[in-house]
Design a protein around this ligand. Structure first.
Ligand SMILES: Nc1nc2c(ncn2[C@@H]2O[C@H](COP(=O)(O)OP(=O)(O)O)[C@@H](O)[C@H]2O)c(=O)[nH]1
Ligand SMILES: [Mg+2]
Length: 294
């Protein structure tokens, strides 16, 4: 759990509350402020602490019990891995998110994860906008020894995806990841391109993409909320991957997201390497977020 250490530092000051023999209204205030500071957000933190207050925790131990139960109940329904339907060849996973969120890296990690389950994985380098994006995905392809369907720099991303899906169907790939651009000239250009990619995919497979994964950078804090709103409304999102949880003490944003959108959290990124991807589990996360009684 070392990668959660930063997250733990976030609320370590308040963890001492859990060893108090008595907790009063001021202590609950402190707890609430700490939740807000960790990016749980004002509204969600207030609601959670209202529930806690109603149950009148008398000491630190009962505060811990009531609070962690509240949080676990909120997070358990969104702790869902992305299950690949083996009868669907290829199971197409569209990866979306702003520039630098960790899309390409997460494709490498998830690709590795599915390979370990014996699935045949392939990538499409449909970020034809950013210089170096194709090379970055190709490096992951080499590491994983899996095919990467590429086009020329500046090529039409949707056309490239159309060809790649066809080739992938012929090759019998189990999982096809579509890497996409995070930034074009402006937001409507980006959304138009993603919509166009979806249209061409659906010409070849009406039920595709089977998953649309929004990748979010945990270090952007509350801004993640507006990113989810935008991509969900414009493109549609089936679930989330939160990256860079190894680099922030503010992992509370996942609670805010669960509260507002109830989207599955497929996995969490905890570093830059192939194995730095974890399943999201509610109990482990909540323990890391609020600490444990000493
Ligand atoms: N510390 C850390 N860095 C990450 C994580 N995921 C991605 N990165 C780094 O974030 C940067 C941007 O990632 P990239 O995959 O290129 O983002 P993209 O623009 O969305 O494709 C790279 O330097 C990655 O190595 C993570 O979970 N933890
Ligand atoms: Mg990328």
């Amino acid at each position: 759990m070392s990668w959660f250490s930063k997250l733990k530092q976030g609320l370590s000051k308040t963890a001492s509350l859990f060893s108090f023999n008595r907790v009063d209204a001021a202590d609950l205030e402190i707890m609430e402020e700490a939740l807000i500071r960790s990016d749980v957000g004002y509204q969600t933190a207030t609601e959670i602490m209202e529930c806690v207050r109603r149950q009148k925790p008398a000491d630190g131990e009962s505060l811990y019990k009531i609070l962690s139960e509240q949080l676990i109940r909120k997070m358990e329904p969104v702790a869902k891995p992305l299950l690949v339907d083996r009868n669907k060849k290829p199971f197409i996973i569209l990866m979306i998110g702003v520039n630098g969120a960790g899309k390409t890296t997460t494709i490498g990690k998830l690709g590795h994860f599915y390979q370990q389950q014996g699935l045949k994985v392939a990538f499409v380098a449909a970020d034809t906008f950013r210089a170096g994006a194709t090379e970055q995905l190709c490096r992951w392809g080499e590491r994983l020894s899996c095919p990467v369907y590429t086009g020329n720099p500046g090529a039409d991303a949707a056309g490239l995806v159309f060809d790649a899906v066809r080739k992938s169907q012929q090759a019998g790939d189990d999982v096809l990841f579509v890497d996409t651009a995070g930034r074009l000239q402006n937001r409507s250009d980006l959304m138009d391109e993603l919509k166009k990619i979806n249209r061409v995919i659906r010409k070849l497979d009406a039920s595709a993409p089977q998953a649309t994964v929004l990748v979010l950078d945990a270090t952007v804090g509350q801004n993640a909320l507006s990113q989810v709103q935008t991509f969900r409304d414009d493109i549609g999102v089936t679930g989330l991957v939160m990256t860079k949880l190894d680099g922030t003490a503010k992992g509370g944003i996942l609670v805010a997201l669960a509260d507002r959108f109830e989207l599955p959290i497929y996995a969490i990124g905890v570093g830059e390497q192939m194995d730095d991807l974890n399943a999201f589990t509610a109990t482990e996360y909540v323990q890391s977020l609020i600490g444990e009684p000493k």
